[in-house]
Design a protein around this ligand. Sequence first.
Ligand code: NAD
Ligand code: MG
Length: 391
Amino acid sequence: MNRVAVLGATGSIGGNTLDVIARHPERFRATVLTAHRQVEALTELCVRHRPELAVIADPALEAELARRLAAAGVHCEVASGHAALTAAAASTLCDTVVAAIVGAAGLESTLAAARAGKRLLLANKESIVMAGPLLLQAVSAGGGALIPVDSEHNAIFQCLPGGRANLVRSGVRRLILTASGGPFRGRTRAQLAQVTPDDACKHPNWVMGRKISVDSATLMNKGLEVIEAHHLFQAPVEVIEVLVHPQSLIHSMVEYADGSVLAQLGNPDMRTAIAHALAWPERVDAGVAPLNLAACAPLVFEPPDLGTFRCLALAFQALRAGGDAPAVLNAANEVAVEAFLAGALPFLSIADVVETVLAELPAQAVVDVQTLCERDRDAREAARRVLRKAC
Ligand code: NAD
Ligand code: MG
């Protein structure tokens, strides 16, 4: 029995993970469930999945969670706060940790799972963007495994021998990350001046949390994924290419020296990547409909529009700058996206905020988690200053 901790259980990835787990009660059990503030949703999940531990990140809500669980007849352990979340990721209650918290808030629990040698299923891309080398060191020191859940990286993992080959020795020429282009593909800057958070969150192919939906609309999501691929596969920036493929049926590709291009295809449903990562190296049913290629042809491809979607260019810039520039990029983006979702920043200004903060805080070497978190705080403050000036 594989005992699974789902960090961010009330989110989109969390829900999809629990759906796959529930299809295989003989293989998987959700033993730890966590959420930020959604007490009601977390209680419902505990009723359905009967974990041994439920953690609510906001300590003010622990008593209410305990009361609701008792009323529902669920007798699991209850904890709250940041430290409890981190402890849950490393606890003996789980063998596998699904890191599905959104944003930098997921960094410490992701690192804790890695250090504890868990099988780490990584959806929380912000943590590897911020702390790539530190996270990889933690995985190797802990002796566990890191399996990507992000669909593009999961696709590349599936197309590489053994999941994570030495790219040079394996003759890899390019990693081709596909991008749907988001809801605003084909639009000009003038057409994007007035778009609202709801417009940005209407993704054509995927149903996701609001932060990643906005990132998909700005193409920052693809930028974060380029940085994620660089760390996960030890790939130099020149080897990574982004290709817009609006149907989201090819989830990414690997091109080899002999001209072969291996692609992983499937319907746009995160349960495929999640089921693959949960069961790897075996395969299990994910509840995903079979792909009917005859009904979806022809497949379309185009280059990304870096002039309109500047966030992607900024992510490449941060990756080339190296050091903690990706962490600065990520922090500024999180603040800008939050402001956009709150109706306080125009869509096109998200890139302006990120660009200004990157210029204000030039790249420094990554030393340890503490200095990285300080840098994250500095970048957030800088982004808030830019926002105050802009409004
Ligand atoms: P979501 O907003 O739907 O869910 C986020 C989860 O994190 C919730 O359970 C929430 O309670 C928890 N959370 C939020 N802030 C927290 C905090 N400060 N402390 C503790 N918990 C907190 O997000 P999502 O779409 O499921 O995305 C989760 C992660 O997976 C993101 O990093 C995203 O980039 C990545 N991802 C998502 C998808 C997708 O299809 N949704 C695909 C690939 C990668
Ligand atoms: Mg992705």
